[in-house]
Design a protein around this ligand. Structure first.
Ligand code: NDP
Length: 325
């Protein structure tokens, strides 16, 4: 029996979920829901597009909705609204607002008798799981998270707002020397500047003063002022050819001690060619778990901390014990 899935929101992540579902034979994509005119999105590959207002008509026909809206304004509205009607999974990533988001989704999901897994993906998501695992195993130690090398959408948007900038992209790059210090068993207190470097590739408007642009970027409060920031000016062609991908990744590392000073290091890393395609693959695995927990009669909001790993796999517990233990 296949798990009938719907996608809500057809941006980078929504398109990634469509591809991920194609790689998981126990899933079937029933429809994609959008706030735009659905006929504008139809691509002729047999996928059904619907306006989001039609979602209610799919009650009973969709086992789990995979929510792919943006974290800033879409998901705080969409997840509770959809959780009243369907099981859901999302990748809400505004870390500071996760507790209040959880409460609002929990109430909505319980009202509808549905199960919602919130804030999956890789950070929050797989990185959170690894922070928890490492901290539980090495209570005496220090944990670190590094991001990159990867494109940060928020910082790329910020440089595009600088006067004289036509286009641009920003990469967050972990400082290799800092990671090496932790790997060698040190537990340093890093400043923001010591952990990550910000590298910007900028296309300037014709006649714009490049030095002015550089200064405006590197001194920008909250975004760049606390970091060492490189600004490279490139042509529009170079931007198109060399900076169209959405790579990302990073490391969660915990350095701790046990016994009389035995050094123990736990490290988890990701190196991603496509952030949205990878995040989408995580969403689909958690959609499987959401469906199964709901079948067991559970409802309300859950985070990755509440989901047993075995439920992520299409394999049976017997197969998992045989193949992967
Ligand atoms: P996008 O901006 O591509 O899409 C967000 C929404 O915008 C879509 O659902 C879509 O809604 C709408 N949209 C997309 N393209 C267009 C367009 N051309 N014109 C008009 N509207 C459009 O965001 P992403 O898919 O890249 O990311 C979604 C969220 O995923 C991010 O906000 C981020 O918070 C989260 N994320 C989480 C990660 C994690 O590890 N937890 C990792 C990566 C991302 P509609 O179809 O209804 O118009």
């Amino acid at each position: 029996m296949t798990i009938k899935a719907g996608i809500v929101g057809y941006g980078n992540l929504g398109k990634g979920v469509q591809k991920a579902i194609a790689q998981n034979p126990d899933f079937e994509l029933v429809a994609v829901f959008t706030r735009r005119q659905p006929e504008q999105l139809a691509s002729g590959d047999g996928v059904r597009f619907e306006h989001i207002s039609a979602a209610e008509q799919y009650k009973g026909k969709i086992d789990v909705m995979i929510l792919c809206g943006g974290s800033a304004t879409d998901l705080p509205e969409q997840t509770p609204a959809i959780a009243k009607m369907f099981n859901t999974v999302d990748s809400f990533d505004t870390h500071a607002k996760i507790p209040e988001f959880f409460e609002s989704v929990d109430a909505a999901a319980k009202q509808g008798g549905n199960l919602s897994v919130i804030s999956t993906g890789w950070d929050p998501g797989l990185f959170s799981l690894n922070r928890l695992l490492a901290e539980s195993i090495l209570p005496q130690g220090t944990g670190y998270t590094f991001w990159g090398k990867g494109v940060s959408q928020g910082h790329s948007d910020a440089i595009r707002r600088v006067p004289g900038v036509k286009a641009g992209v920003q990469y967050t790059v972990p400082v290799e020397a800092a990671i090496e210090r932790i790997r060698s068993g040190e537990t340093p207190d890093f400043t923001t500047r010591e952990k990550h470097l910000r590298v910007c590739y900028v296309v300037a408007e014709e006649g714009a003063d490049q030095e002015e642009i550089r200064k405006a970027i590197v001194t920008m409060p909250n975004y760049f002022a606390d970091y060492d920031t490189e600004v490279h000016f490139i042509t529009e062609e170079q931007l198109k050819e060399e900076h169209q991908g959405m790579p990302h990744g990073g490391f969660v590392i915990r350095s701790g001690e046990t016994g009389a000073g035995s050094k123990q290091i736990i490290e988890f890393g990701l190196k991603l060619d496509s952030n949205p395609e990878f995040t989408a693959s995580v969403l689909v695995a958690y959609a499987r778990a959401a469906y199964r927990l709901s079948k067991e009669g559970q409802s309300g909001a859950k985070t990755v901390f509440d989901i047993p790993y075995g439920l992520l796999s299409p394999k049976s517990p017997e197969e998992l014990r045989r193949d992967l233990l």
